[in-house]
Design a protein around this ligand. Structure first.
Ligand SMILES: [Zn+2]
Length: 424
């Protein structure tokens, strides 16, 4: 059996103890900083002190799917192909959902490990991510051991089958009811399922991906955020207690994008473009849009503009450069180069808002009723692309030096956790 496994052009050491990589959705470094100050995350504090800790660059646009895929493939979106939840098919003029597995151009490290006979557990909060993460995973029979690899979501934990998920009766297995779609329990269930698997089946590799329900609604230091982080911390401590190395990261950060009066601070970009250039000259695609827009109203910090009827990318960048709240606007090739994105799925112009501002399409197309008096907290831009990487074990001098020389990418987390930590 080879000591390393090559995947997507990188080599990974076979883990000699279980590794649990946790993606804290919306886990802005500010939540760790605040939690440390308030003394509510003792296990994370210990990992930072005795293990490894840095702030890394996540994928831009700083959305959930692109970043989860970067983390689990170990490569940027230019390789794995997922640069948002939606892109515009230029031939049909239709917005295409990018969250299904069919547009994925690289499989996850979990899938590859499962095919090499390792026992893998991939657990997500929302089911939309589960399919991308688990594509081509060998379920239910890894290594010929009873209780092989599994891939499921807490959202659909009541509907698991051996064929689709490699496990049945997850609710009975975890001993908890199905968590509500909009609740902190949706994330805690992911961790509790991971703990249960570690207790009973001892997978070699676990990828546990949470949801940002709390972070969208509550700022660092808020009682709800602190309660959530204390709950996470206890579970991270338990994973280590069970013999796992724990690596924590996030898909993206989170910023308050509201005006002083509490209403969302939005650039309605389609309205702006229509007013300046006329209707039918451009289409604004908000790649944060998905079926669960309640907590952010499909408003994020990164949109793509597609030009039509003679409108040029330069017309658009020239106009938006002067808009208050716009941090950057780049034409297609520059966007793809700068952020390592697949150029064929880029718009003609990418427009990125600053930390306090978000961008929508037309005012009439966004349903903000789901915010229910909450301040809008969302993500997508450069200001939400900083993410923590914290590993419960120390890394070698060479890896520590590399992290000091330049910021890591979040897609380096598996490399750091598998290859960078000292062998037992
Ligand atoms: Zn997210």
């Amino acid at each position: 059996m080879a000591a390393t496994i090559e995947h997507n052009g990188r080599a990974y050491r076979r883990p000699d103890r279980p590794l649990a990589v946790v993606c804290i959705d919306g886990g802005d470094p500010a939540y760790f900083a605040s939690g440390l100050k308030d003394g509510i995350i003792p296990n994370i504090a210990r990992f930072m002190k005795e293990g490894f800790s840095t702030v890394a660059d996540g994928t831009v646009p700083s959305f959930t799917c692109p970043n989860n895929m970067s983390i689990v493939t170990g490569r940027p979106a230019s390789v794995h192909g997922i640069s948002g939840n939606f892109y515009l098919d230029r031939k049909t003029g239709e917005a295409v959902v990018m969250t299904g597995p069919e547009l994925l151009r690289a499989d996850s490290i979990m899938a590859e490990f499962s095919r090499r006979g390792l026992r893998v557990a991939s657990i997500t909060a929302k089911d939309k991510l589960r399919q991308q993460l688990g594509r081509n995973m060998e379920l239910g029979k890894s290594g010929g051991r009873s209780g092989g690899s599994v891939s499921f979501s807490s959202q659909c934990a009541d509907r698991c089958t051996m064929a689709e998920n490699g496990i049945e009766d997850v609710l009975g297995f975890v001993g908890q009811p199905l968590p509500d779609m909009y609740s902190p329990e949706l994330s805690l269930f992911v961790l509790d399922a991971g703990i249960k698997l570690l207790e009973t089946r001892r997978p070699d590799l676990l990828y546990l991906s949470l949801t940002d329900f709390i972070q969208h609604a509550h700022a660092p230091g808020a009682p709800e955020a602190n309660a959530f982080y204390a709950n996470l911390d206890r579970r991270f401590g338990r994973l280590v207690e069970l013999g796992a190395t724990v690596a924590l990261t996030a898909d993206h950060g989170m910023n308050d994008k509201s005006k002083p009066d509490g209403t969302p601070n939005v650039i309605w970009l389609q309205d702006v473009l229509d007013k300046e250039f006329g209707p039918d000259r451009s289409t604004v695609i908000c790649p944060i849009t998905d079926a669960f827009v309640g907590h952010h109203g499909a408003l994020g910090g990164f949109v793509r503009v597609y030009c039509r009827n003679g409108l040029t990318p330069r017309d658009v960048t020239g106009l938006v450069a002067g808009l208050p709240g716009v941090e950057a606007a780049y034409e297609r090739a520059e966007t793809a180069r700068r952020f390592e994105l697949p150029e064929d799925r880029e718009g003609d112009v990418a427009v990125i808002s600053d930390a306090g501002t978000c961008i929508g399409a037309r005012r009439v197309d966004h349903d903000l009723s789901g915010l229910k008096g909450h301040r809008l907290r969302t993500h997508g831009g450069l200001s939400e692309a900083k993410v923590p990487i914290v590993i419960s074990a120390p890394v070698t001098d060479a890896y520590a030096r590399r992290a000091e020389q330049r910021p890591l990418k979040s897609y380096d987390v598996f490399d750091y956790a598998l290859n960078g930590t000292a062998t037992a």
